[in-house]
Each structure stands twice: as C-alpha cells, then as structure tokens.
Design a protein around this ligand. Structure first.
Ligand code: CMP
Length: 226
C-alpha cells in the first residue's frame, strides 16, 4: 500500500488532488533497495523511473580513465530514470543506493500516460529538469574555469543548496559526503579536498565539526564562489 500523505510530499506530485494521487498510487510499486545496490546501469535500456521516498542515491558516470564522476546525490522526494524514458536513448548514468532506500517504481508507459493525463506533473518535471540544467551549468563553469579552491567551494555550495539547513545567514550541511566522493564531485583529488577545506576554515568561510560543515556567511560564500 502507498500512503497518500507520502505521495503528496513528493514535489513531482505536488498540487494534485487526493483522488488523483489515489489513482496514481495504483500504478506504482513500492520497494526497498539495500545499501550499495546498483539500481541503474549506464547504457542499459530504460523501462522504469524511480521516486525516492526515503534514503539516498548516487548518480555517477565512469570517465574514460576509469575515474568515477559524481553528477548528483539524490534524496527524499527526488526522482531519477526519467531521461531514457523521455528520449528513448539508453541510461545516461549509473544509480547506486548509498543507504537502504525506499522507492516507488513507475513503468515507462504508465509514466508517459501520467504526463498526458496530469499536466501539473509535466510542469513539475520540467521545473526540476531546469534546476538540474542550472546545476550542471554551474558545475561546467566550476570545472573549466576555477582553481582547486573554487572547484571545491562550488561543490560545497551545490551540496548546501541541495540539502543544507539555513539558519540566520549560516548554512549547515549535517553530513558532508566522504572525501573521495567530494573529490569525484569536484573533479579533483582527495588530498586537495582536505587541503582546501582547511584553507576555507582558515579563511573564515566554514567551520567543521566531524562530518558536519557550517558555511558561516552563505551570501558571501555564494558571492565569492558561484
Ligand atoms: P536515465 O538516463 O534514464 O538514467 C540515469 C538517470 O540519472 C537519468 O535518467 C536521470 O534521472 C539521472 N541523472 C542523469 N544526470 C543527472 C544529473 N546531472 N543530475 C541529476 N540526475 C541526473
């Protein structure tokens, strides 16, 4: 059974009436994937899309030199697997669970039918795709234009924008990803990550307590690194 309250909290389905959510819930399967489960493999044919109810999923590609490039880490309320369904091409990236993750699975034909039947879902989808394009644009800018400090700082900024908690001008990232993952997101090495976070700390931009990182003045940080 899929709880309508759970569905109504998912941005893709926001502004839909309860009766429509009820109909939609009948077209989805709920499933728990264990940590480190490869849910999607790059280059496979896509027949389903996924909505995350709880947990985290890493979206990544492997570079020609065999290095992992992390494109995004998705969490509660996010969706993935829509691209190959929409354009008919193979999966654009790999998707792996970073923890036990509960998801809704929607079959291709049913998802496409949903977009015809509920224009609000299509609008919500386009909004999120616009957001992902903006994010990718800033990632391209950071990878091509910035030095190590800028690359790492703009990666931290993307994480803050995705999952940080804002409090009186500061943003708290409750759990920073492991240093190797940060390196794969920023296009740099693990050693550089640790060196740059130390510099950002010394320059007064951030404070770190264990896995938690606080951006002390978010507006200044954004101004200096985006
Ligand atoms: P699809 O190509 O079907 O399978 C891989 C999925 O990863 C893709 O659909 C998107 O849902 C997701 N994805 C690919 N690139 C990104 C990105 N830059 N940011 C967030 N999600 C992405």
């Amino acid at each position: 059974m899929i709880d309508l309250n759970d569905l109504s909290l998912i941005p893709l389905f926001s502004e839909l009436k309860d009766e429509d959510l009820q109909k939609l819930s009948e077209t989805m399967i709920r499933q728990v994937y264990k940590k480190d489960n490869m849910v999607l493999i790059e280059e496979e044919i896509g027949t389903t899309m996924f909505v995350i109810l709880s947990g985290r999923v890493k979206i990544s590609r492997i570079s020609d030199e065999g290095r992992e490039v992390i494109l995004s880490v998705l969490c509660d309320g996010d969706f993935f697997g829509e691209m190959s369904i929409l354009d008919g091409q193979t999966r654009s990236a790999n998707a792996v669970t970073l923890e036990d993750t509960e998801m809704l699975i929607i079959r291709k034909e049913l998802f496409l039918q949903m977009l015809y039947d509920y224009p609000q879902i299509a609008i919500n989808l386009l909004k999120e795709l616009a957001h992902r394009l903006r994010r990718s644009d800033s990632q391209i800018k950071s990878l091509s234009l910035q030095n190590a400090l800028g690359k790492v700082a703009s990666t931290i900024l993307r994480i803050a924008d995705d999952s940080g908690i804002i409090r009186q001008g500061q943003v708290e990232i409750a759990q920073l990803p492991p240093q190797q993952d940060l390196a794969n997101m920023a296009g740099t090495s693990r050693e550089t990550i640790s060196r740059v976070i130390k510099s950002l700390n010394q320059l007064g931009y951030v404070k770190k307590h264990g896995g938690k990182l606080i951006i002390l003045d978010y507006n200044k940080f954004r101004h200096d690194f985006s």
